[in-house]
Design a protein. Structure first.
Length: 357
């Protein structure tokens, strides 16, 4: 059986799956339920001195695997987390990460009591990249447990900010936070779906999260929790290949139920077993050498498995240059001078019958 365990900042996780901060980790009981469902670690909702008051409604599904939200931070005050919620989890079967923010002054006030409540790591969250390193500095001066900094793909200076956080003492990063502000409109009413600009999470932000993980990993050999767009076991693998140490998710288990954890872990084991992969560590950062190579402008050569081809014609439909035709008998023809080797035809083939050599 493949080894799914990972080491995150010196803390062992029995598998790579972390329930990221969100509604499913709103209090101690919810966190315990997530552990029971298979999450190796859970991040609390972001803890600030005062509870937030969320607008109603404040969460909506946007596409099959993506959501919008206008949530604030935890709707429980810090005092309740520190005195009541976190201490009841001292017998937990998993790693507990307390999310806190959003300013240096706030985390300076909360870091020590949160650490004393028994959490294993802290995750610092800020909406302003300029606060990330100062937050890290004051927290590392106050606590001895590992500190992750949650970064945003919105930040134009992502790697520079990560470097500053490392200099300030950060032990690792969570990449990324939700994306926004964004806007979705109900065309029947003309109103914003959640009444305002909103934050986007889930499947739609996966490529942004992968990019952030890879960029940080190429610059720094530090622990990373790849978070954003993780729906399937294959997404977990992709995050690890980009450089992630562990993988966070919230939108998928929220939309599909906490049974998602067991389903993904079973598929991950199957995927690794079929390929003879003994541990996740052997896959880590394996994509990065390809990113360092120069792009090739050499034309593509194609092969077609006529038995696998369903004659759906998608490869013909998407060819903007009219280079590809498909005869009724399944004979594929390509006008070489018209083909620009863009590769779109291969990517839309539903059976993999069309391939590049």
């Amino acid at each position: 059986m493949p080894d799914l365990s990972v080491d995150l900042c010196g803390v062992r996780l029995r598998n790579p799956l972390i329930l990221a901060s969100g509604p499913l980790s709103w209090n101690a009981e919810a966190i315990r339920t997530a552990f029971d469902a298979g999450a190796a670690a859970v991040v609390t909702k972001t803890i600030r001195p005062e509870a937030t008051i969320n607008p109603t409604p404040h969460i909506a599904r946007l596409t099959r695997g993506s959501m919008l939200n206008t949530e604030g931070w935890s709707d429980l005050p810090a005092e309740q987390w520190i005195r009541e919620e976190l201490p009841t989890l001292d017998d937990r079967d998993g790693v507990l990460i307390a999310s806190t923010g959003h300013t240096p002054a706030e985390v300076s006030r909360l870091a020590r009591p949160l650490a004393a409540s028994g959490v294993d790591l802290l995750e610092l969250v800020s909406y302003d990249a300029r606060d990330a390193a100062p937050m890290t500095r004051v927290v590392k001066a106050a606590v001895s447990i590992p500190v992750l900094v949650k970064v945003s793909a919105n930040w134009p200076n992502l790697v520079e900010t990560a470097s500053a956080c490392i200099e300030a003492g950060a032990d690792g990063f969570t990449a990324i936070d939700s994306i926004g502000p964004t806007l979705a409109i109900d065309v029947e009413t003309g109103r914003p779906i959640l009444g305002s600009f909103a934050w986007l999470s889930g499947e739609a932000i996966g490529p942004l999260a992968l990019r952030a993980v890879a960029e940080i990993r190429m610059a720094h050999d530090v622990p990373l929790v790849g978070t954003g767009g993780v729906e399937r076991a294959e997404d977990v693998v992709a995050m690890v290949m980009a450089g992630a140490t562990a993988v966070g998710a919230h939108t998928a288990p929220l939309l599909k139920g906490l049974g998602w954890f067991e389903q993904v872990l079973q598929r991950l084991e199957q995927w690794m077993t079929e390929r003879g992969i003994a541990s996740l560590g052997s896959l880590r950062s394996s994509t990065l050498p390809w990113l360092r190579e120069e792009a090739s402008a050499e034309g593509l050569s194609f092969t077609l498995d006529r038995e696998a081809c369903t004659r759906c014609g998608r490869c013909v439909t998407v060819c903007a240059y009219g280079a590809r035709t498909l005869a009724p008998d399944g004979e594929m023809q390509l006008d070489g001078p018209l083909c620009r080797s863009c590769g779109l035809c291969v990517s839309v083939c539903p059976t993999g019958a069309l391939q590049t050599r």
